[in-house]
Design a protein around this ligand. Structure first.
Ligand code: AMP
Length: 443
């Protein structure tokens, strides 16, 4: 028989891991809500041209990594799965005329992205991003707002030592002269450039600066720096951003080699790292200003800035950091697994599924997390599996039910007592809250 596996570069998030990603998304949601970023959902696929224009044709993401969808119809439309959310959100901003809303429009989304990349540790073909975009404000105060928001997200999910690298990549006024200087510099070193980099020199010279090729490290270190070539407006923007970050007490590191190699990316470029783990494969998140993007997608000239934070990388870093920390930042040692049921309803009569289902239904209606054991196993086996689930209590239906009572078994303490059915919700709420807070029932 043929067996099936998840496609290469993808993975199943089984319940523990899926709950963890949900927790990240909930933290992201709570945080963005406080900051006034409103949720937006765009399709997981778009016309491929949205990405080709919105990310740029001369990028790895579009040239090599775009997941193209082969349509079944012959209408000639070409689609692709989204490799990042910004282009789709910018498309939606233009399509729905969001420029008539109060500006800036602050938006956020969290979901899967797709890149046909070579899979390796921390690099998947389907991965998750938490994304924010602020469209319609040229900054620099808003740039500081989102940088601080990104760092706060890492702090709230429990990543230790996250920091932000910062650069300005100029704008269409000052970048051309800088690019001339850069091209002249690399031409002088043409003999030492690897072939792929020589190709980039002609097509998109800025990209050489963030080359992953080790042969480029020394050449890049001595290359002209864009921060030394900024026009006055861009220099003032960067100084303004730094002043706002300083005022918020947000630390950052200037990184002259950090670039987003496309014309409509302007000024602010940021990347998030855990200190000491800088390197292309290790980025926790990245973003920047894209003052030319909306126009490129058919809208009025509109400034914007955003970031995408990789949640798979957050999970990896949390695992690594937990290894050296036995207190297990994420584990809920006192209360068992965070998604453990408050109660499992079991029965002394293996045939009585109606009673168990009805009792569990009533407990759920009262707001409890209650699972009914709906098998036909003996009571002992039902209790065993309730324990394995990490349930706090077992509600045992037996002969006492005729008097309106059940046995309430505290699976953590191993104790058991009779409780009236009508009192069950109250007793369970009290008991599970005591478990979660590590206190014992003294009654
Ligand atoms: P980028 O748009 O390439 O700057 O990506 C933003 C963030 O998404 C990165 O810093 C990573 O954390 C994450 N990311 C990008 N590509 C992948 C991938 N293939 N697998 C997992 N995470 C990724």
């Amino acid at each position: 028989m043929r067996t099936f596996r998840a496609p290469r570069g993808t993975r199943d998030l089984l319940p523990g891991e899926a709950a963890r990603f949900l927790r990240f998304a909930e933290i992201a949601r709570g945080l963005t809500d406080r900051y006034g970023y409103r949720p937006i959902e765009t399709p997981l696929f778009e016309q491929a041209a949205v990405f080709e224009r919105g990310i740029g044709e001369v990028t790895d993401v579009v040239e090599k990594e775009l997941f193209r969808i082969v349509p079944r119809t012959e209408d000639g439309e070409s689609w692709a799965l989204r490799p990042e959310p910004t282009a789709g959100i910018a498309r939606a901003y233009v399509q729905h005329g969001l420029r008539t809303w109060p500006q800036p429009v602050r938006l956020t989304t969290t979901g899967p992205m797709f890149r046909y990349d070579r899979p390796q540790a921390g690099r998947y073909r389907q991965f998750w991003q938490f994304d924010v975009e602020a469209i319609g404000d040229a900054g620099p105060a808003i740039d500081a707002e989102i940088i601080e928001l990104g760092l706060r997200f890492y702090a709230e999910v429990g990543v230790k030592g996250a920091e932000v690298l910062l650069n300005s990549i100029g704008d269409p006024a000052c970048r051309p002269a800088y690019l001339d200087a850069l091209v002249a510099y690399y031409r002088d070193h043409a003999a030492s450039l690897p072939p792929t980099e020589r190709d980039r020199l002609e097509r998109n010279p800025l990209r050489l600066l963030d080359s992953k090729d080790p042969a480029m490290a020394a050449i890049n270190a001595a290359a002209p720096r864009i921060v030394d070539h900024l026009c006055q407006a861009c220099a003032e923007h960067l100084a303004g951003l730094r002043a706002h970050l300083d005022a918020l007490g947000v630390g950052y590191r200037l990184e002259p080699g950090l670039v987003r190699g496309l014309d409509y990316y302007t000024r602010t470029a940021i990347e998030f790292y855990v200190a000491g783990r800088e390197g292309q494969q290790q980025a926790l998140g990245g973003g920047g200003r894209y003052d030319g993007l909306i126009e490129l997608l058919g809208g009025q000239p509109t400034p914007g800035i955003g970031f995408g934070l990789g949640l798979d990388r957050v999970a990896l870093v949390l695992d690594e950091q937990a290894e050296g920390d036995p207190s297990g930042a994420e584990a809920d040692a006192a209360g068992g697994p965070p998604d453990a049921p408050d109660a499992v309803v079991v029965s002394a009569d293996p045939a009585d599924t109606v009673g168990r289902l009805r009792t569990a239904t009533e407990l759920r209606a009262a707001g409890l997390r209650a699972r009914a054991d709906l098998g036909h196993r003996k009571l002992g086996r039902q209790l065993e599996s309730a324990g394995r689930d990490g349930a706090h209590f077992a509600v045992i239906l037996g002969d006492e039910l005729t008097d309106g009572q059940v046995q309430l078994r505290d699976l953590k303490a191993g104790s058991q007592r009779l409780v009236g059915v009508a009192d069950l919700p109250r007793e369970l709420k009290r008991g599970t809250s005591q478990h979660r807070h590590g206190t014992r029932d003294s009654s």
